[in-house]
Design a protein around this ligand. Structure first.
Ligand SMILES: [Zn+2]
Length: 114
């Protein structure tokens, strides 16, 4: 499961942040997951729950906010949300599109006990 390695990376970041703040425990983690980020949110939840045991986040809740894929046409500059992942402009049929958001996974927020 690819999501397990994603979660492993996430935990490295979380543990580093907790160390920076001299925290002892993580209560909650909020992630933004783009539609094209390459992870399935539901599987990420499962992987998080498996991984968190015996870590500083053992009681943490993971919250995932899904970010739709947003693109802009480079020809007519229209901004649109693409649910179908078909990279053609709604307005002028151009395929010259630029991705604005929806390809990343971002750590939005975490609550820790210090
Ligand atoms: Zn266009």
């Amino acid at each position: 499961m690819h999501e397990l390695s994603v979660v492993a990376n996430l935990f490295e970041i979380l543990e580093e942040k907790v160390r920076e703040k001299k925290g002892t425990k993580i209560f909650s983690v909020k992630l933004q997951v783009g539609a094209l980020a390459g992870v399935v949110p539901e599987m990420l939840m499962t992987a998080f729950d498996i991984y968190k045991k015996d870590t500083i986040a053992s009681e943490a809740e993971l919250e995932i906010k899904k970010i739709p894929l947003k693109v802009q046409c480079k020809d007519c500059h229209k901004v649109m949300v693409k649910d179908d992942f078909i990279f053609i402009c709604d307005q002028c049929d151009s395929t010259n599109l630029k991705t604005l958001e929806g390809t990343e996974m971002i750590l939005e927020k975490m609550d820790i006990e210090v």
